[in-house]
Structures are given as structure tokens and as C-alpha cells.
Design a protein around this ligand. Structure first.
Ligand SMILES: *Cc1c(COP(=O)(O)O)cnc(C)c1O
Length: 386
């Protein structure tokens, strides 16, 4: 079975991890700092805080943004559940903004009209989480303009998008987002086994994020109330967590960063070949906005209901039978039983996300996918649609 995604681990990656295992320091130490600096430099952001998953990264980003009971966070329904759960961990509520039927990212038009209505009702969101779906940047400049007008914090969920670009900018430079989150889960663009990161250009948010990662503790006398008792002294200023990344993971991440551009280039090449090969099939290949350069975490094919009577389930089953590990990204989050039960969401609040969900299929895309493997995937898709 060819999976839809898979990590790429080199001998250098393995050596980097073994070096840490032989060293004195296993938990958050010099390698974490080096990894943070490397990612921040690569993206062009001022600060980076590495944590044990993107889910933790989203949680501390929401806390740093001040999300609390009585507040609401808005996100896209076409995402992994973690983007929404982060708000619930803070005791806040969640609402969803429908997707753009072309990019499958949050629709700026829907966001704008929902904000206008929310302003009238006195229920503006405290934070909005645009998700760079499949690795393609959201329309961040427009979202920033709305944030400035309506006063919400922008937490960009770029779990799919490290290595992508928005105009001349690298995703993660935080030019438009207050904070940007990456995931280093093995199916994502680079991996640390499990891991995540929050980037920001804001010094104050950085201080909060760094403390929240480790129990809300500071060891900096300048941040303490009443000064320090001595070199052993620390103070707990907030209620934080143990969301620390280990030095083992960070060493793997740093080593992976050396190949990030290669990874993304290979992903882009695979995507371009799929799009060429599928041009005459009754499918919709991924639309790319001209100002974006996707990191191609996913390659999503949508069946075109106007041109094929085949259902997604039928095509999915046929591809699995042919040895292709296809997947579906995503089940609209607002239709999950937990969200329906808790908030009473009706499925039709986001009709574009529902229609997309009925048609979408994620095909194998990862740096180790060979040309021969891809030839097999392409032939299988053609057969499944015949
Ligand atoms: C993978 C993913 C997450 C969660 O990442 P973890 O590192 O597994 O916690 C969050 N948001 C999106 C969009 C994701 O794809």
C-alpha cells in the first residue's frame, strides 16, 4: 500500500538524534534553541517557541491571545479538529466560517459578512484561525485588514505550510499573523516525530508563549515580582503546562530543516505531474492562487459531480483495492458529534465545506514517492474513474 504521506529520514537525521542520546542533555536544551533559531531565521520571524505538538502550540497561542470563557474563536471547518479544540481548552467557544470553493481555505467574503453581522450582535470573535489548507497560504493580507478593523488576533494554522510562500514572503514570517503555528507530525513537511512550534514577531506574546510551554515559570529576575531570592529561584507567573519539546526531537527537526527546500521542491514536482495527468479526467485539480506557492502537504483531487456519476466512496474503495492509501481531508469539524452536541451546529451552516467533503480525495504525495510509484497511482486513478 502506498501511503498518502510518509516521513523522509536520512542517515544524517539518525546521526543527529544519536549524538543527542550520547550527550548530557535530553530534554529542552541547546538543540531546541538551535532548532527554534533555524526555523525563525528560515521563515523570517523574530521569535519561535518549540513545543511537543501543533495541538499544544495552538493551545498556548490561544492562551497568549487571552482567549478565555466568554470569548469565541472562529476557524475553518476544513481542518483537523485541533484547530478548533484549542479554543475549547481555554474555556472559549468556537464558530466556523465557510470555505472558498476554489482554494478550500477560509473564505474572506464569508469572514467579512460574518464579522459585519457579529459586530451588530456584539459578538465579535477574539481570535480567528485561518488554516493554510494543503500548504497553500490563506489570503493573509485581507485577513489582517479585517483583524485591524474588528480587533481580533490572527493565529495562522500553518501545520501544512512550512516551506510555502505568500507573495515574496515565507509562510511563518508573521507579517500578517500575530502568531503562526507549525506541526512536525511525520506526515507533515518536516518531522520531529511529534512536535510543533509557534512563531511571532511580538516580544510580549513571545514571553507568554515561552512561559506557558513550561508551567508558567520564569527564571528571569526582571519578570519576577519582588525580585529574585537567588540563583535557584523561579516564579510561577501563569498557569502553564509541560509542553516541552525534547532535544532529541529538536536535533531531528534541525537536521530535517537542512532539506526542507528539497522536500518542498519534490512535493511540487509530484503535484505538477498529477495536475498534468488528470487534466482530461472528470475531476477538479487543486486551484492555486497566483500569489501563493504551496508547500504541498496534501494533493487533493475532487470528483466533479457535473462530469462523473461515480461517488467518492466508490473511487476511494477502488483505489484502496489497487494499493493506493488514499485519505480524506477533512470531515467538516462542525459536523463532528461533539461539536454538534455542544454547540448545536447544523451541517448546512457551511455548505461549501460539505460539498467539498463529498468530493475530495487526498492522493499520495511525499518526498520518497518515486516516479514509478506515482505512475501506478496515476494509472489507478484513471482506472477508478473509468
Ligand atoms: C496536523 C494538524 C494539527 C495538529 O498537529 P499535531 O502536531 O499532530 O498536534 C493542527 N492543525 C492542522 C491543520 C493539522 O493538519
Amino acid at each position: 500500500m502506498i501511503p498518502y504521506g510518509r516521513q523522509s529520514i536520512s542517515d544524517d537525521d539518525i546521526e543527529a538524534v544519536v549524538r543527542v542520546l550520547r550527550s548530557d542533555w535530553l530534554t529542552t536544551g541547546p538543540n531546541v534553541k538551535e532548532f527554534e533559531d533555524k526555523v525563525a531565521r528560515y521563515c523570517g520571524a523574530r521569535h519561535a517557541v518549540a513545543v511537543n505538538s501543533a495541538t499544544s502550540a495552538l493551545h498556548i497561542a490561544c492562551l497568549a491571545a487571552g482567549l478565555a470563557p466568554g470569548d469565541t474563536l472562529w476557524t475553518s471547518p476544513n481542518t483537523f479538529i485541533a484547530s478548533a479544540n484549542a479554543a475549547l481548552y481555554c474555556g472559549a467557544e468556537v464558530d466556523f466560517v465557510d470555505i472558498d470553493p476554489r482554494t478550500y481555505n477560509i473564505s474572506v467574503a464569508c469572514l467579512e459578512s460574518k464579522l459585519a453581522a457579529a459586530e451588530k450582535a456584539g459578538k465579535l470573535p477574539k481570535a480567528v484561525v485561518p488554516v493554510d489548507f494543503a500548504g497553500q497560504s490563506c489570503e493573509m493580507e485581507q485577513i489582517r485588514a479585517l483583524a485591524d478593523r474588528y480587533g481580533f488576533t490572527v493565529i495562522e494554522d500553518a501545520a501544512h505550510a512550512i516551506g510555502g510562500r505568500y507573495g515574496e514572503r515565507k509562510t511563518g514570517d508573521c507579517a500578517y499573523a500575530d502568531m503562526t503555528v507549525f506541526s512536525f507530525h511525520p506526515v507533515k513537511v518536516i518531522t520531529t516525530g511529534e512536535g510543533g512550534m509557534v512563531l511571532t514577531n511580538n516580544d510580549e506574546l513571545y514571553g507568554r508563549l515561552a512561559r506557558l510551554r513550561s508551567h508558567g515559570i520564569t527564571r528571569d529576575p526582571a519578570e519576577m515580582s519582588g525580585g529574585s531570592d537567588g540563583p535557584w529561584y523561579y516564579q510561577q507567573l501563569d498557569l502553564g503546562y509541560n509542553y516541552r519539546m525534547t532535544d532529541l526531537q529538536a536535533a531531528l527537526g534541525s537536521s530535517q530543516m537542512d532539506r526542507i527546500d528539497q522536500f518542498v521542491a519534490r512535493r511540487r514536482e509530484i503535484a505538477a505531474r498529477y495536475t498534468r495527468e488528470f487534466a482530461s479526467l472528470p475531476v477538479i485539480t487543486p486551484y492555486q492562487r497566483p500569489e501563493t506557492r504551496s508547500a504541498w502537504h496534501l494533493y487533493v483531487l475532487c470528483l466533479d459531480p457535473a462530469r462523473t456519476a461515480k461517488s467518492r466512496s466508490e473511487v476511494f474503495a477502488r483505489l484502496v483495492a489497487l494499493g493506493i492509501g488514499v485519505n480524506v481531508h477533512y470531515i467538516p469539524v462542525h459536523t463532528q458529534p461533539y461539536f454538534r452536541r455542544r454547540f448545536g451546529f447544523q451541517p448546512n451552516i457551511c455548505p461549501n465545506a460539505l460539498a467539498y467533503y463529498d468530493a475530495c480525495l487526498s492522493l499520495p504525495i511525499f518526498p520518497g514517492l518515486t516516479d514509478d510509484m506515482q505512475t501506478h497511482v496515476i494509472a489507478s486513478v484513471k482506472e477508478a474513474l473509468r
